[in-house]
Write a protein that binds this ligand. Structure first.
Ligand code: 13P
Ligand code: SF4
Length: 305
């Protein structure tokens, strides 16, 4: 079977069975081509909730599939590859955050949406990479413990200096691999290019950027900009996608190492297995966990996330 034939089969089966395929922007182009929606983590979740399909396949990682299930508990949600986790989302557990809450009783806990449902259930409000600054500014409290990404947390802290923000160690190993020296070298090699980064990058890398935002934010910026060259500081799949969408512009990876092994686990063949009902992993969640983990997401929506 060729790639094209497999894609045609996936499209046929998903139409016949009314399946919605959500594809995170870090997936490869052959998977993009069978998507109903492509986007960043939370955008996809909202698309799934609006979709009339009863079965949703999430091509991404575990926390994304959990968030889809939390917002659409009546739907059957399948994660495209059973082992696709996220080391950042899973680096703390519920008990560790509960202990921190005891140590810092007058702090409210803000969680990046890229966390497990279990972690969300002990937090006050979630934020996305694009809404974090706006939401933290709008919160009616001044003392904040920001989890789990210290890079995104530092970025927020720099822009909301009026609040007392505590951070934990850790973050996304894929983005944190990029160093400021690499950013300076890339800028020197491409002096006309704008540097666009995800705020999961180290603060010293983000400080050198011309734009920092979510995956879809970076793509929208590059498409709209009049500039002709861009250095991309996020998962390297985005370099290829942008190059295909804007062939008249030039895109360079900030680092050859910015590759997420978990995001790259899913192949087109996995998606084919999922639509045939012989692959992926169905997300099962306890209704009480759904209710507890939804609370900070609803709070996020209330504050304009
Ligand atoms: P967004 O898709 O929200 O930009 O998050 C980036 C990421 O690392 C997803 O795994
Ligand atoms: Fe997790 Fe980072 Fe990979 Fe996203 S890119 S799935 S945050 S490890």
């Amino acid at each position: 079977m060729t790639t094209y034939e497999m894609q045609q089969e996936i499209l046929r089966i998903k139409k016949e069975q009314n399946i919605c395929i959500l594809v995170h922007a870090y997936q490869t182009h052959d998977i993009w081509e069978v998507a109903d929606y492509i986007g960043d983590s939370f955008g996809l979740t909202q698309q799934a909730a609006k979709s009339g399909a009863q079965t949703v396949i999430m091509c991404g990682v575990q926390f994304m599939a959990e968030t889809v299930k939390m917002l659409s508990p009546e739907k059957k949600v399948i994660l495209s590859h059973p082992d696709a986790g996220c080391p950042m989302a899973e680096q703390y557990d519920r008990e560790m955050i509960l202990q921190m809450r005891e140590k810092l009783p007058d702090y409210h806990v803000v969680a990046y949406i890229n966390t497990t449902a279990s972690l969300k259930s002990v937090c006050d409000v979630c934020v996305t990479s694009s809404s974090a600054v706006q939401i933290v500014r709008a919160l009616p409290y001044d003392k904040i413990l920001f989890i789990p990404d210290s890079s995104l947390g530092s970025w927020v802290k720099a822009q909301v200096p009026e609040k007392q923000i505590e951070l934990l160690h850790g973050g996304c190993p894929t983005h944190q691999r990029i160093t400021a020296a690499e950013a300076q070298a890339a800028k020197a090699a491409h002096p006309e290019a704008l540097l666009l980064v995800h705020p999961e990058c180290r603060p010293e890398v983000t400080a050198l950027s011309d734009y920092a935002g979510s995956t879809t934010g970076i793509m929208a910026f590059a498409k709209k900009s009049d500039a002709k060259e861009f250095i991309i500081g996020t998962e390297n799949s985005i370099v290829q996608h942008l190059q295909m969408e804007c062939p008249e512009k030039r895109f360079y990876p900030l680092s050859k190492d910015c590759i997420c092994g978990n995001m790259r686990l899913t192949t087109l063949a996995d998606v084919y297995d999922c639509v045939r009902g012989v692959g992926g992993k169905e997300i099962e969640m306890d209704p009480q966990l759904i209710a507890e983990a939804r609370r900070p997401i609803d709070a996020m929506l209330q504050y304009g996330g």
